[in-house]
Design a protein around this ligand. Structure first.
Ligand code: URA
Length: 274
């Protein structure tokens, strides 16, 4: 290292020290009068020494012009005229009568959604109801659902408290086939309204049908969409693999866990287990 470089490094270090001394003096000025057991609060100093991690994000498309563009990719804005201010109950009763696509002719129950309906921390969007879900009228109640509940618990979430769970289509596709694009589009009217009324803090898409629909990228692979933050109508959204896919292929566990930790970090939630 040459002298010039050493001088610059020393100057940077002294500036940092100066900044830290400022924050120490804030700590020393803390008023302990009448609080014999008070403990000095060094949290601001610690934040300066070790800055909080920001979620890693991917930006595609046009170059960023504003700081928010740098963090998230704006995907979709529902036009105002489509944001009917319907109540949740009237939306649900419309869904129960729905004949917008052929899936209505083979369903036992409309599987609308379950969980916290008032600004949940996360809204999970899956693919579509399977056999158990169709019979019970509830989403994610089979093996994949139990696995999903474990994922949620690992990042301090649960459908009983702070998660709402729904699907791209509300009626079971026969033989559990993927929903067709026209079926997803027909049902998207309900999903959009659900998101608008329930107003989740974040969205977690599990699996390709939900991820491609919600990001507006019908031909994208799951590998290219997972682990990235998007914005759906102003709501931060992340995509990952479907629990059923992970049950079939355990090598997907690691990327799913990485994606869940990213979401937890964004939400400031503790993430434990694996
Ligand atoms: N898989 C899904 O995508 N949704 C369900 O509700 C159940 C299984």
């Amino acid at each position: 290292m040459g002298n010039e470089e050493k001088r610059r490094a020393l100057e940077a270090a002294l500036l940092k020290t100066d900044e830290l001394l400022d924050s120490f003096s804030d700590v020393l000025r803390q008023d302990f009068s009448g609080k014999p057991h008070a403990v000095r609060d060094f949290s601001e100093t610690v934040k300066k020494l070790v800055p909080e991690e920001k979620p890693e994000v991917t930006v595609i498309g046009k170059p960023a012009t504003e700081p928010s563009d740098v963090l998230f990719e704006e995907i979709s804005k529902a036009p105002d005229d489509e944001r009917l201010h319907m109540s949740f109950d009237s939306l649900l009763s419309d869904a129960k009568k729905c004949t917008r696509c052929g899936l209505c002719s083979t369903r036992t129950n409309v599987v609308f959604g379950t969980g916290c309906k008032d600004r949940p921390t996360v809204m999970v969007i899956g693919e579509g109801p399977g056999e158990n879900e169709d019979l019970q009228g509830l989403p994610f109640v089979g093996k994949a659902g139990q696995f999903l509940d474990k994922w949620l618990a690992a990042i301090s979430l649960s459908r009983d408290r702070n998660v709402y769970i729904t699907n791209t289509v509300k009626c079971r596709p026969p033989q559990n086939r993927d929903p067709y694009p026209d079926e997803k589009q027909a049902c998207f009217a309900f999903l959009k309204q659900q998101i608008s009324i329930i107003h989740p803090q974040t969205i977690l898409c599990v699996g390709k049908p939900a991820s491609t629909l919600m990001t507006g990228q019908p031909d994208a692979s799951m590998g290219s969409l997972r682990g990235r933050f998007f914005f759906y109508d102003g709501i931060p959204m992340i995509c990952t693999y479907h629990p059923a896919a992970v049950l079939r292929d355990p090598t997907l566990k690691r990327p799913v866990w990485d994606d869940l930790k990213k979401l937890a970090r964004y939400l400031g939630l503790p993430a434990g287990g694996s």
